[in-house]
Design a protein around this ligand. Structure first.
Ligand SMILES: Cc1ncc(COP(=O)(O)O)c(C=O)c1O
Length: 508
């Protein structure tokens, strides 16, 4: 019988809840999981814990010791605490001091289906998958036999509308960096038409000069974040600390709408604000063209994340998309943080309801591998033009295929909508009760956030919440953002809201 394979040692605090793992999967769960049966072949089990369990303040003594050790080797000042990933499960992150916290930040929004998901454990234990994890190939020259098939099962099964091509990369910055390159090559080839590359181009590019290195630009938005590599950094405008001391490019930067909340009370003002920003986009394209700098592409996040969870209306993005088309600029949608289902749709840009939403879409984080989707016309015209040694990692595609199966099987996009509603409703209620501490509560799916009065209050709230067993993230200069996993459910939202309500009631 199925229960024979389930460990009998039951840890306190492990909860029983509806879910759907096969008995084979359950046998792979780490010890400490409780299970109950469902009528038919499926078995109810939840590998999640039932709540936070705090033993020390965070960081605790062991974390502090390890921080000191690491700081001797590198600047480790950004480290929050050290983790025990073996014990972390579902929505709960366990630290090295034995504290178990409800994780609403999920490794900067990059854990799709929770820690130690049984389906992924099973995948890793299958002998036929071992070689994919051991032998990391230089994918651009020596891919494994099943590589194209795996891409179809994983990335292409969720490809954004109209984007049939995909290239994998190792991180979000690397994805944007290469997407820029693909856009510039596309633009130059358009200009070149049927003419061959000239000797002058080949020679001048070797010394970073035009015409070989044309004066093209990507237009980006104030408050945007697209990564920390040199090219990406020229389009990142969230915090000065990312950019300080790094030479950059004279590329146009447009204002991003600053919406007033509640949205229903400021319809006209917000429309005007969006119109102002769109007008500025067009003006910049024209102004730069006059300077002989051509805006080859526009990059935008569907929700500016690191920059403070700044939203704009679907209508703003539809109009922006039109502007890009009108001026012959490629439209690059950076879904590194918004992609993978947390907004309730697989891609946040799907909310815009467009038939032709983007020319290029970059991804990473919850997608496990970085990379970008693009239209066929953005294919490089020669090998090695978009290239690096690894070009991602096939083991990540294998895991992503499984993650996508779980998302479908467990209806996790609808779950994100539902759980997100529970979270936002609760935040709006807290905002009404504590307007001096919480404002501008906003969100799509579980991609929610609110503002605090200032940076100091925000940081204090995050620290208190962590010591009460909830990991939250900050963004912008005063916002708190929610980036839970896709298995964050209504009851997790209520659990958080109860804890946070107490924190606010006692906040001094
Ligand atoms: C929207 C967006 N683009 C790009 C990046 C850069 O990704 P990575 O940190 O993997 O280089 C991030 C990272 O937070 C991001 O949020």
């Amino acid at each position: 019988p199925w229960w024979a394979v389930i460990p009998t040692s039951i840890l306190p605090g492990v909860v029983l809840k509806a879910c759907s793992f096969s008995s084979a999967e359950i046998s792979l769960l780490p010890t400490g999981h409780r299970c109950i049966s469902q009528a038919a072949a499926k078995i109810d089990v939840d590998f999640d814990y039932d709540g936070p369990l705090m033993k020390t303040e965070v960081p605790g003594p062991r974390s502090r010791e390890l921080m000191k050790q690491l700081n001797g080797i590198q600047n480790a000042e950004a480290v929050h605490f050290f983790c025990n990933y073996e014990e972390s499960r579902g929505n709960y992150l366990v630290d090295v001091d034995g504290n178990r916290m409800l994780d609403l930040y999920s490794q900067i929004s990059s854990i799709p289906i929770g820690y130690s998901h049984p389906s992924l454990i099973k995948l890793l234990q299958q002998p036929q998958n071992l070689s994919t994890f051991i032998n990391r190939p230089a994918l651009g020259i020596l891919p494994p036999e099943n590589f194209a098939e795996r891409l179809k099962e994983s990335l292409l099964s969720v490809a954004p509308k109209g984007l049939s091509q995909v290239v994998t990369m190792s991180c979000g910055s690397c994805s944007n960096e290469n997407a820029f390159k693909a856009i510039f090559m596309w633009y130059r080839n358009k200009e070149r038409g049927h003419n061959n590359v000239t000797k002058e181009e080949l020679e001048s590019c070797m010394i970073n000069q035009p015409p070989g290195c044309p004066d093209y630009a990507m237009l980006s938005f104030m408050g945007g974040f697209h990564g920390r590599t040199m090219g990406c950094l020229a389009t990142t405008h969230s915090k000065a600390i990312h950019k300080l001391d790094i030479p950059s490019l004279d590329w146009p930067i447009a204002p991003f709408p600053r919406l007033k909340y509640p949205l229903e009370d400021f319809v006209k003002e917000n429309q005007q604000e969006e119109a102002r920003c769109l007008e500025e986009v067009e003006d910049l394209i024209v102004k730069y063209r006059k300077k002989k700098k051509i805006v080859a592409g526009i990059i935008v996040e569907p929700i500016q994340s690191e920059g403070g969870d700044n939203h704009a209306s679907d209508d703003f993005f539809r109009k922006l998309r039109d502007i890009a088309r009108k001026h012959g600029c490629a439209f690059l949608v950076d879904e590194v943080q918004t992609g993978g289902g947390c907004t309730g749709k697989f891609w946040a840009h799907e909310h815009w309801g467009l038939d032709d939403p983007a020319d290029v879409v970059t991804f990473s984080k919850k997608m496990m591998t970085g990379g970008f989707f693009h239209k066929e016309e953005f294919r490089p015209n020669a090998p090695y033009r978009i290239f690096n040694t690894w070009l991602g990692d096939p083991s990540k595609n294998l895991m992503l295929a499984e993650v996508i199966k779980v998302i479908k099987r467990e209806d996790l996009l609808n779950n994100a909508t539902h759980a997100g509603k529970a979270l936002l409703t609760g935040l709006l209620d807290l905002q009404a009760r504590y307007p001096h501490l919480i404002s501008r509560a906003r969100g799509r799916g579980t991609f929610c956030s609110f503002d605090t009065p200032n940076d100091a209050t925000r940081n204090k709230l995050i620290t208190i919440a962590r010591n009460k067993g909830v990991v939250l993230g900050g963004c912008g200069d005063r916002s708190i953002r929610f980036r839970p996993t896709l298995i964050f459910k209504d009851h997790h939202a209520h659990l958080f809201l109860n804890i946070f309500s107490d924190i606010l009631a006692n906040f001094k």
